[in-house]
Write a protein that binds this ligand. Structure first.
Ligand code: SME
Length: 167
């Protein structure tokens, strides 16, 4: 059975369980670095088919690598470039079925074939992104976009953004 055969309910429940786990992990802790590190680790561990999962945070006008799981990655990405910079510039999630077809895609890991990038909205501003990569083509669909957007919406209020991004 491929992942696209999974019933919508199954995918929704997978993301609901991940959200519950992440909220429990962060409960009572205010350290932004520890919390974002645990979110990246939970996402990478619980979702199948990922070869990279992590954060880029806006610092001094550019996206800078944050807590992640996977191979070492590009440190700085300009707003408006790559999938991550496009998500910030457009203030919108990017579901990329084939990274080779995305103009300006930044290949940190040549194994990556598809990508999902969700912006982090804090009080009307985008402060960074959560980036998921897969070595499978078309690993992410609208169900994943909705699931990761809901995860991010649950995580954002639990992070001390003033310390994370010097807001
Ligand atoms: N592919 C991303 C760069 C970050 S890596 O995937 C970890 C992009 O095009 O913005």
């Amino acid at each position: 059975m491929t992942r696209s055969d999974l019933a919508d309910d199954g995918v929704r429940e997978q993301y609901a369980a991940l959200r519950r786990e992440v909220v429990a992990l962060l409960e009572g802790e205010r350290d932004w670095l520890a919390n974002l590190a645990n979110v990246a680790a939970a996402v990478y561990d619980r979702l199948d088919g990922l070869n990279w999962a992590g954060f880029y945070l806006l610092r001094g006008g550019a996206l800078v690598l944050g807590p992640f799981q996977g191979r070492p990655a590009c440190v700085r990405i300009a707003v408006g470039t790559g999938v991550c910079g496009t998500a910030v510039a457009q203030r919108a999630s990017q579901v990329v079925a084939d990274v080779h077809a995305f103009p300006g895609h930044i290949a940190c890991d040549p194994r990556s074939r598809s990508e999902l990038v969700v912006p982090l909205h804090v009080a009307g501003r985008v402060v960074g992104v959560l980036d998921l990569d897969s070595d499978q083509p078309a690993r992410f669909d609208e169900r994943d976009r909705a699931g990761v957007e809901a995860l991010v919406a649950a995580v954002v209020p639990l992070i001390d953004w003033e310390r994370a991004c010097a807001l």
